[in-house]
Design a protein around this ligand. Structure first.
Ligand code: LLP
Length: 403
């Protein structure tokens, strides 16, 4: 994404033209950025030949997932809906892992029928349930056990998952017990040890710590895991921060893999799609207040939840650049009846007028997938841009579809 003659562009496409033609709010994704992210990820971890399972929860657009599939990625799913979507996108069941703390028996039945690569389980009760269902079906089911390594991912508390207070995974004691349980089961094949310590991790050190813990646990169990699923979590720069250093993470994994024959699985979401998307929106009104000006947009917290939910800050850019700066603080808000329906406040933004357009950046991950119909607002249109080719990958929802 860049400005050319003051116009913000994704590849060869001027976003102002998209806004006028397709209306706002609109999610716009860059195909080239998607390709670059996938190739960069693959290149950095090439020497360990991992299975890369895209975390569907980060972006649930079917057409985007179809594109991701073409690069050979599998899928990490956390519900029957996501599993159905991954299969619909043509992803081979042999590249699908099913994570999550509470899979219902309906979901387990479905996953077993589809012969997916792994059901990553997170409790004794769930493993017993899988065993029971597999026995009825007279099948052998491949599973993973998710360990809670009690590692601080040094990320936002709301998206941290690997500490002992979090609901995810099992503790080491239960892990050893479950390995023994699986060894004695005729219908369960224990294939994988899985972990996922959190999301938006920018520092490689928590990963190093996690790998040291895994190493100890594996030595103690003396069990040969075909797969070690390290989850996702690789962080990206939203503002001035630096993305996770893949090279350092890669060398820690190489060290960990010495004397092991396991294949690594990754479940990246944000690092694949995060910076591919912007949400373009129109300034409906500008309302002057005591100290600030409220820039009232036609996009709201139902379209992009991250700021309201986690206090996340996404950069905002104008679609048309002007040199005159505003003297007031601009507070970018949506029309929803909640004070948390606020994107961010910016000082020294360029002077804006009503009907101007802006772009909220880096919303490709957990943007549309976390969106809702709150205030009975239809979900935005989604557009995929490839050079000057524009493709509507999801139509704007219509009121009659939600009423
Ligand atoms: N694997 C598992 C088991 C997960 O729970 C997650 C994310 C991922 C993989 C993918 O993580 P990623 O590579 O995208 O960081 N809604 C929050 C993020 C929640 C992440 C939940 N789990 C946000 O908008 O920041």
């Amino acid at each position: 994404m860049r400005f050319l003659n003051s116009k913000l562009k994704i590849e060869n496409t001027i976003l102002q033209n998209i806004a006028k033609k397709y209306g706002t709010p609109a999610y716009c994704y860059s195909y080239k950025q998607l390709r670059e992210n996938i190739n960069d990820f693959k290149k950095n971890f090439k020497s360990i030949s991992p299975l890369i399972c895209f975390a569907i929860k980060s972006n649930t657009n079917l057409n985007l997932i179809k594109e991701i599939k073409k690069f050979g990625l599998g899928a990490d799913v956390v519900s029957m809906g996501e599993l159905m979507l991954a299969l619909k996108a043509g992803i081979s069941p042999k590249k699908i892992v099913f994570s999550g703390v509470g899979k219902t028996s309906k979901e387990i039945n479905f996953a077993i029928d589809k012969n997916i690569l792994l059901i990553n389980s997170e409790s004794k009760s769930e493993i017993i349930e899988i065993d029971k269902i597999a026995k009825i079906k007279k099948k052998q089911v491949n599973i993973g056990i998710r360990l809670n390594p009690n590692t601080d991912a040094k990320t936002l508390s709301q998206i941290s998952t690997g500490k002992k207070d979090n609901k995810f995974g099992v503790n080491d004691k239960t892990f050893f017990e479950l390995v023994r349980y699986c060894k004695n089961s005729k219908n369960i094949n224990l294939k994988c040890l899985s972990v996922h310590i959190g999301s938006q991790i920018l520092d490689h050190k928590p990963y190093e710590k996690m790998l040291r813990i895994l190493d100890k646990i594996i030595k103690k169990t003396q069990y040969k895991f075909d797969f070690i699923d390290l989850g996702g979590g690789m962080g990206i720069p939203y503002n001035n921060d630096k993305k996770l250093n893949y090279k350092k993470y890669h060398s820690a994994i190489k060290k960990f893999l010495k004397n092991k024959k396991s294949q690594i699985i990754f479940e990246p979401g944000r690092s694949i799609v995060g910076n591919t998307g912007v949400l373009i929106s129109k300034v409906i009104y500008i309302k002057k207040s005591y100290k600030k000006n409220f820039i009232i947009l036609d996009a709201a917290m139902n379209d992009l939840m991250r700021p309201a939910l986690y206090g996340a800050v996404h950069r905002i850019l104008p679609l048309l650049k002007r040199s005159k700066k505003s003297k007031k603080i601009y507070e970018f808000v949506g029309p929803i009846c909640e004070s948390t329906d606020k994107f961010t406040s910016i000082k020294n933004f360029q002077e804006l007028k009503e009907k101007d357009f802006i772009a909220i950046c880096d919303v490709g991950a957990y943007g549309i997938s976390l969106s809702s119909n709150y205030n009975l607002r239809p979900k935005p249109i989604e557009i995929l841009i490839n050079g000057s080719k524009i493709r509507v990958v999801k139509k704007r929802q219509k009121h009659h579809e939600i009423i």
